[in-house]
Design a binder for this molecule. Structure first.
Ligand code: HEM
Length: 342
């Protein structure tokens, strides 16, 4: 036995690292099947860069904008750029991961519950993006924050945490910061553990056209799967570093209350277009409807058939939703900013 193998055995005997491995079917190293791993890698980038940024960020209302300005130059500016671009990468990779699972029918029995955990993880991802946008406390942030207050009013008692009157001691920006750096990471880690546990127990689904039988016959070593995720993760990190250097994240001056002149980041543009048409309260109703429909997917399409070529209706629904999303983003991008708060 080689020295490195002996070393690994000695470590594994004590830390039981190999018990984290899960079943990898032959198709498990295709790009579509490592998107969840790449999303996780992007989250690790977000957490590490976020810890560094937290050393300089000041959530006091009069200091927030200037503290972000301070962390926009030099090396910390570069780290802020990676954090900013990694947030967008997470949004893209998680949507692609979800689309792969949808197309390959991997939400079907026995993985329905893991789909639901995924929906909750997606909601948390959106929460991270939204609260992160507010922290920089420029005009775009203030307007997002004011939308947040309006929705809280609409929710009455349930929205109390988000309402300005919840506590007089700290400004609500402080609470948004707590949400961003403790509440959301806590729920993310908790849910991700259950997500990973179920993946380990149930294994990754086989490519549907091959039939479940293949899973027992041909599997890949877990280490090659992890290696592939790490290689793609570092390629992504390289791209994020280049983006950070050539296109640093924007930061406007201190915000002015009582005006509404900005548009949200592109991830929220589809919602912005809907708000332009149906008004501010639609942000809440449309989001609830969207997440309810997403959660319902495994219970609407319950047939065991997973081959996308034999699930034409479900695939058509996905194409319509994707086309609608792109159309709404373009619509919002092409219209002038509009005021929604009375
Ligand atoms: C937000 C962060 C998320 C992370 C870090 C994550 C991570 C992972 C990983 C590492 C896998 C293993 C297979 C792969 O890489 O494709 C996986 C599988 C899975 N994920 Fe996620 N996921 C996330 C979100 C979601 C979402 C939003 C959904 C669906 C709404 C979802 C549903 C599933 C299901 C059903 C599987 C099993 C797939 C199969 O067996 O083929 N996940 N996830």
């Amino acid at each position: 036995m080689k020295y490195s193998q002996k070393m690994w055995q000695a470590i594994d005997e004590r830390l039981c690292l190999s018990s984290f491995s899960y079943s990898i079917p032959k198709n498990g190293n295709n790009l579509g099947y490592i998107l969840g791993g790449i999303t996780l890698f992007s989250f690790i980038i977000l957490f590490t860069t976020g810890i560094y940024l937290a050393l300089l960020y000041n959530p006091e209302i009069l200091e927030a904008n200037s503290s972000v300005l301070l962390m926009s130059a030099g090396f910390i500016g570069f780290i802020r750029g990676i954090h900013y671009w990694a947030a967008q990468a997470v949004f893209v990779t998680v949507i692609l991961h979800m689309a792969r699972i949808y197309i390959t029918g991997s939400y079907k029995k026995p993985r329905e519950f893991n789909w639901l955990i995924g929906v909750a993880l997606f909601a948390i991802t959106v929460g991270f993006l939204f609260s992160g946008t507010i922290l920089k406390w420029d005009q775009e942030a203030l307007e997002a924050f004011e939308h947040n207050i309006e929705i809280a009013k609409l929710l009455g008692g349930i929205g109390a945490w988000f309402a300005a009157a919840f506590t007089e001691v700290f400004h609500i920006l402080h609470r948004m910061y707590i949400i961003h750096i403790t509440v959301l990471p806590f729920f993310f880690i908790l849910l991700f553990f259950e997500h990973a546990f179920l993946i380990k127990k149930l294994g990754i689904s086989v490519w549907p056209a091959n039939g479940e039988r293949v899973q027992q016959e041909a599997t890949l070593p877990f280490t090659t799967h992890v290696k592939k995720i790490i290689i793609f993760g570092f390629i992504l990190l390289g791209v994020l570093a280049v983006l950070s250097a050539v296109s640093p994240p924007p930061l406007g001056p201190e915000p002015i209350e009582g005006i509404e002149v900005t548009k949200p980041p592109w991830m929220f543009m589809a919602l912005y277009a809907i708000e332009n048409i149906l008004g501010l309260s639609s942000l809440f109703y449309v989001s609830v409807l969207f997440f309810a429909l997403l959660a319902a997917v495994p219970f609407v399409d319950m047939r065991p058939e997973r081959d996308p070529r034999k699930r034409k209706l479900m695939i058509a629904a996905l194409i319509i939703v994707m086309a609608l999303f792109i159309a709404l983003v373009l619509m919002a991008a092409l219209t002038a900013p509009k005021a929604h708060i009375g």
